[in-house]
Design a protein around this ligand. Structure first.
Ligand code: GDP
Ligand code: MG
Length: 161
């Protein structure tokens, strides 16, 4: 599985500015200035991946991380919000609806999010936060870049899901 590629938002913004000037893409001005202000701020943003059951959200995120961390299934899984973020070591934190939380090894995530092991969310899980060292260099732009590649692939191979 390929590793997510690091991308420098400042270099990318400079490149975008050059391209937009060279090709007179005035319509990109607003997006570029949004990238510039994002690049100069230390703020982190969360990116949500939405989709129907079995749409491939977990598969997509596993590919992006480069490891099969999130359970993937041919049947719908229990609807539990899973948040991914950087942490120096692999770990997952389960937050329960009653407010308490518990740390678990990432190999146990499926015990909390699969309909088989947590039917109708009997374990009262509110959300799971997964921390992985691989997410250190992952920036929102990598999501965009990955999506662009996927779109281009689909355009070239329309019969491939
Ligand atoms: N053919 C095909 N199957 C996929 C693709 N991505 C995911 N799947 C399959 O679709 C099913 C549901 O995937 P999953 O990632 O669990 O979906 P989620 O419910 O949106 O998280 C699994 O059986 C995956 O193997 C894809 O790009 N092509
Ligand atoms: Mg899933």
């Amino acid at each position: 599985m390929s590793k997510p590629f690091a991308i420098n938002i400042i270099e990318l913004t400079i490149l975008l500015k050059e391209l937009s000037a060279r090709f007179k893409l005035d319509s990109l001005r607003q997006e570029i200035s949004a990238c510039e202000s994002f690049a100069s701020s230390p703020t982190k943003i969360d990116i949500a991946v939405f989709g129907r059951f079995k749409a491939g959200k977990s598969s997509f995120l596993n590919h992006l991380i480069g490891r099969p961390v999130l359970p993937v299934a041919a049947v719908p899984l229990t609807a539990v919000i899973t948040r991914l973020r950087y942490g120096p070591n692999d770990r997952a934190i389960v937050e329960f609806l009653h407010g308490q939380s518990q740390e678990i090894p990432i190999t146990q995530i499926k015990e909390y999010v699969t309909e088989k092991e947590n039917p109708a969310n009997q374990k009262n899980v509110a959300a799971i936060t997964v921390e992985l060292p691989q997410l250190k260099d992952l920036s929102p732009l990598e999501f965009c870049r990955y999506s662009w590649r996927r779109k281009r692939f689909h355009a070239q191979h329309p019969n491939n899901p």
